[in-house]
Design a protein around this ligand. Structure first.
Ligand code: BMP
Length: 377
């Protein structure tokens, strides 16, 4: 770890201003606004528990980490399902969703796993991660998939804003998913008219109708709010704009588990891949800060974090889980190892009162950050 790298002592607000990735800029600002550098790893068993936990702990966190494939009852409907509901809670409480999918495969496969299939991860997860054992090209593949997705989202918006005459081609291009079950009915999206400009009875729409269409769309770069969120969850967190539609990637550079086989060379390859894909890679899931070049401003997010029970010595050793997981305190991870965000799962979930335990972790991790940046004074 580079002890004196400027990002270790720079306040998050400064790092936001210097961030090249729009989502990293947003995340740093969210952290300052909420005085939080806490990510909750919501490894619960059911979709109901997941949504309830996200709602209750939401005020304390800046990132909610999911493993969608361990949740039973995950509803895959992109508009009314679990992903869409989580996205609404993320807007309401001001946090980003990080699907801990750890993509590792050839480029074409990870593109499909990211954007299609059952879960359509890209639709609801602001952030995903990847193990780059398969080689750096898969990072570029994910970046391309994310760029294409964003273009499609904005294309839908721009088309609706600029089209003056209902020409069918304009509505068809790049909208591969519109007719699949669970997607918004295109007629609903277009204010009662299908993409070829016909209404439900097959009559051609008029230009006046298209004008109505333009008003039903949100501006480019603003995430779309699902129409079917629970009442009260349609609120938007105050003090900051909604998260950008940009998607981001974290590279799994080091792991918290005992005997992890990731070598120094692998970790260094992650750093290089990050530098080569700055427009998409936000930073790392790692056990220490990896910024070394003067320009590096990657964000670090670290699992394997636990506090001893209230009142016990925080400098003592914290037992692992007996299955390879190793733990460090927020103090050690943020102040000494230089990470920016700590990830906590069972430390919060298994507490008697998870929301108040999340607050305890938030305060400890934030205090550790403050003492880290003050070390430079
Ligand atoms: P817990 O705090 O309950 O040990 O959970 C840690 C979470 O972080 C799990 O979801 C695990 O999959 C994830 N994780 C980890 O523990 N170590 C890593 O190196 C990378 C991870 O994603």
């Amino acid at each position: 770890m580079s002890e004196r790298h400027p990002t270790l002592t720079a306040p998050f607000a400064e790092r936001a201003a210097q961030a090249s990735h729009p989502l990293t800029n947003y995340l740093f600002r969210l952290m300052v606004l909420k005085s939080s550098n806490l990510c909750l790893s919501a490894d619960v068993q059911t979709a109901r528990e997941l949504l309830s936990l996200a709602d209750k702990a939401g005020p304390s966190i800046v990132v909610l980490k999911t493993h969608y494939d361990l949740i039973s009852g995950w509803d895959y409907n992109p508009v009314t399902g679990t992903g869409a509901k989580l996205a609404a809670l993320a807007r309401k409480h001001g946090f980003l969703i990080f699907e801990d999918r750890k993509f590792v495969d050839i480029g074409k496969t990870v593109q499909m796993q990211y954007t299609a299939g059952t879960a359509r991860i890209i639709e609801w997860a602001h952030i995903v991660n990847a193990n780059i054992d398969a080689g750096k090209d898969m990072v570029r593949a994910l970046a391309e998939a994310a760029a294409k997705w964003k273009e499609r989202i904005n294309y839908e918006v721009k088309t609706s804003v600029t089209v003056g005459t209902p020409v069918s081609d304009h509505f068809d291009d790049g909208m591969e998913n519109g007719d699949e079950p669970g997607r918004l009915d295109p007629r609903e999206q277009l204010g009662g008219f299908s993409r070829d400009g016909r209404d439900a009875d097959g009559r051609k729409g008029s230009i006046v109708s298209i004008t109505t269409v333009t008003q039903s769309f949100e501006p480019a770069d603003s995430p779309r709010l699902p129409k079917t969120v629970t009442e009260g969850d349609e609120l938007v967190f105050a003090g900051i704009e909604e998260a950008p539609t940009d998607r981001g990637l974290l590279l799994l550079a080091q792991m918290s588990s005992k005997g992890c086989l990731m070598t120094k060379e692998y970790t260094q390859a992650c750093v290089e891949a990050a530098r080569e894909n700055k427009g998409f890679v936000m930073g790392f899931v790692a056990q220490e800060a990896l910024n070394t070049l003067p320009d590096d401003n990657f964000i670090h997010i670290t699992p394997g974090c636990k506090l001893p029970p209230e009142g016990e010595d925080e400098n003592g050793h914290i037992e692992g889980d007996g299955l390879g997981q190793q733990y460090n305190t927020p103090e050690k991870l943020v102040t000494i190892r230089g990470t920016d965000i700590v990830i906590v799962g069972r430390g919060i979930i298994q507490a008697g009162d998870p929301p108040s335990e999340a607050e305890r972790y938030r305060k400890k991790a934030w205090k550790a950050y403050l003492s880290r940046i003050r070390a430079s004074e």
